[in-house]
Structures are given as structure tokens and as C-alpha cells.
Design a protein around this ligand. Structure first.
Ligand code: NAD
Length: 293
């Protein structure tokens, strides 16, 4: 029997409608959440990602601004722009679209975003706090995967979760979230021998490698949940994930499509983090304005 589709786009629409209510509540207190997206160069894929984020922000009622800088922009210019955004009270969340041009120190750039505006959750303080389970913001893609599992009622505790990919923005935080929820977690990377032997043990298989066709149907345990994070553009222009969807859906119980699976969930989590940042800011202002007793 073919797997049930985990419709990330539909779940994201539902989350976005809930976010609208939080935005309305904030507007009654004179606050509109604001997101600033910084993009370097004119990579068409990056432009689409930024466009999608800004589009959903507008749908939900957020203010947003996009700062497009030249690909050869000196590091100090970018750092100055981020400093200004850190101080801008209209802006509650800041993202820098990755990857950055090679002449820039990605770590230095990302660390320069104020922790309380780091809605991508990439700041070391947020990632470090995630180890202990108390980050201000969780990286959006892994948080989107967890939310998709939760909202479709797929249990995590006690299951064997296998994560393919160990990047700081997807694989590692994904593993930490799964560990935090009581899964037994195996993390694989490009040097892992006999990948298929490991993936066949996965009750939950999260694939984030950026390699089209990496996971074939035979690598999937019958009845597993398969989450395909990968986004790959084939030479014919088609967008695919890392999993052979046709093969995997014959064995899995649940599977995400690409596109329409993890992607929209990632954007919804970014908007959620930005609304949360604005709520925290409004609460802090209220506290500061309260008369001392
Ligand atoms: P990355 O290149 O930083 O990391 C890839 C990881 O995959 C590495 O840890 C590498 O060791 C591992 N890997 C590569 N080849 C492998 C192989 N043959 N076997 C096992 N492991 C292998 O990439 P990333 O930033 O983590 O992104 C991964 C994928 O997820 C990309 O396709 C990216 O476009 C996509 N992505 C999607 C979303 C979304 O919202 N859906 C968000 C972020 C990233």
C-alpha cells in the first residue's frame, strides 16, 4: 500500500492562520512583527527562497524588508548593515540567506546577529542552548520537521530515528530535537559505511544531504516515516528531494513530498519565530513600563 503523504503545505497553511491571530493580538498593542532578510548577490534560488519568506510574512500580516547587497560586498559593509538592523526597533527578526559568497566569514556574519533577533536559530548561543533544550529560537527546518510529525500524530518517543546529514543548520539540530523527544538517534554523513544497513533500521528517516536519489525504496524500512529535507534542481529544471519518492512510498507508512513537504514548514517556523520575537519584545516593554510596586 502506498504511503500517506505528509502534506507540509497544508499543515503550514493551518499554522499561518494561527499566526495571524497572534499578529492581530499584537497589533492591538501597537506592535507589528518585522523581519529583515539580507541577501548577497543575485543567486536565483536564493531569490526564490527570500521571496517565499517575504510573501508568507505579508500573508500573515508581518512587516518585512529585503536588503540586497552585491555579491562582492566587503564584510564590514554587511556587518554594519546587520548592526543597524540589530538596533532597529521595527525589526524583530533578522536572517541572512545562506550560503554566503566565499570571501565572507559565514560564522562571523551569523554570530553578529543579536541573539534575540536570531530567528533562524543559527547563533552559537541558540544552538548551544538547544543542547540543553532551552534555546530562544530553534532552527526553522528541524523545528518544521518536528512540528509536522507532531501535528500528524506520528510518535517520536522510543522510536529509532536516523538522520542523514550533520550540518549545523539541519542535521545536528534535527538530531538534538529528536534526542530531546526520547528517540534513539543515529546520525549519518558522507563517510558512513553501509548507509542502507542503517536506514533500514529507521522508524523515522530524515534525509538532509542534498543528493538526489540518495535513498532508494529498498533502503526504507517497511512502515517507516520518511522525511525528505533535500531540495535539488535537476538539469531538466525539476525540483526533487534526496529520496526516490516512487520507490520509498511503496514501503513507507508516511512520506513528505518535494516540493510541498518540509519547505513550507520551514517558512512557517521562520514566521512563527519572528512573531515570538515580537511577543517577547512587547512583553519586555510592558514590564519596563509597569510602575514599580
Ligand atoms: P550541507 O551540504 O551543509 O550538509 C549535507 C550533509 O549531508 C553533510 O553532513 C554530508 O556529510 C551529508 N552527506 C552528503 N552526501 C552524503 C551521502 N552520500 N551519504 C550520507 N551523508 C551524506 O547541506 P544542508 O544545508 O544541511 O542541506 C541539506 C539539504 O537540505 C540540501 O538539499 C538543502 O537544499 C536542503 N535544505 C532544505 C530546507 C527546506 O526547507 N526544505 C532547508 C535547508 C536545507
Amino acid at each position: 500500500m502506498a504511503a500517506i503523504l505528509l502534506d507540509g503545505a497544508a499543515v503550514a497553511r493551518h499554522i499561518n492562520s494561527e499566526l495571524k491571530q497572534r499578529v492581530t493580538k499584537l497589533s492591538k498593542r501597537g506592535v507589528q512583527p518585522g523581519l529583515a532578510a539580507v541577501q548577497l548577490g543575485d543567486n536565483p534560488a536564493a531569490r526564490i527562497y527570500v521571496h517565499n519568506k517575504v510573501r508568507v510574512c505579508a500573508e500573515v500580516g508581518l512587516y518585512s524588508e529585503v536588503h540586497r547587497l552585491d555579491a562582492d560586498c566587503p564584510e564590514r559593509v554587511l556587518l554594519t548593515a546587520l548592526d543597524k538592523l540589530n538596533l532597529n526597533s521595527r525589526i524583530h527578526g533578522i536572517i541572512v540567506q545562506l550560503p554566503l559568497p566565499r570571501h565572507l566569514d559565514t560564522a562571523r556574519i551569523v554570530q553578529s546577529i543579536a541573539v534575540d533577533k536570531d530567528v533562524d536559530g543559527f547563533n552559537w548561543r541558540n544552538l548551544g542552548a538547544l543542547v540543553d533544550g532551552h534555546p530562544l529560537f530553534v532552527p526553522c527546518t528541524p523545528q518544521g520537521v518536528m512540528t509536522l510529525l507532531d501535528r500528524t500524530g506520528i510518535p517520536v518517543e522510543g522510536r529509532h530515528a536516523v538522520v542523514i546529514g550533520r550540518s549545523g543548520i539541519v542535521g545536528k539540530p534535527m538530531a538534538l530535537l529528536l534526542i530531546g523527544r526520547g528517540a534513539t538517534v543515529t546520525v549519518c554523513n558522507s563517510k558512513t559505511p553501509n548507509l542502507a544497513h542503517i536506514t533500514r533500521q529507521a522508524d523515522i528517516l530524515v534525509v538532509a544531504a542534498g543528493r538526489p536519489g540518495l535513498v532508494s525504496g529498498e533502503m526504507v524500512k517497511p512502515g517507516a516515516t520518511v522525511i525528505d529535507v533535500g531540495i535539488n534542481r535537476l538539469p531538466n529544471g525539476k525540483l526533487v528531494g534526496d529520496v526516490d519518492f516512487e520507490g520509498a512510498q511503496q514501503r513507507a507508512a508516511y512520506i513528505t513530498p518535494v516540493p510541498g513537504g518540509v519547505g513550507p514548514m520551514t517558512v512557517a517556523m521562520l514566521v512563527d519565530n519572528t512573531v515570538t520575537a515580537a511577543e517577547r519584545c512587547a512583553a519586555a516593554q510592558l514590564l519596563a513600563a509597569a510602575p514599580a510596586s
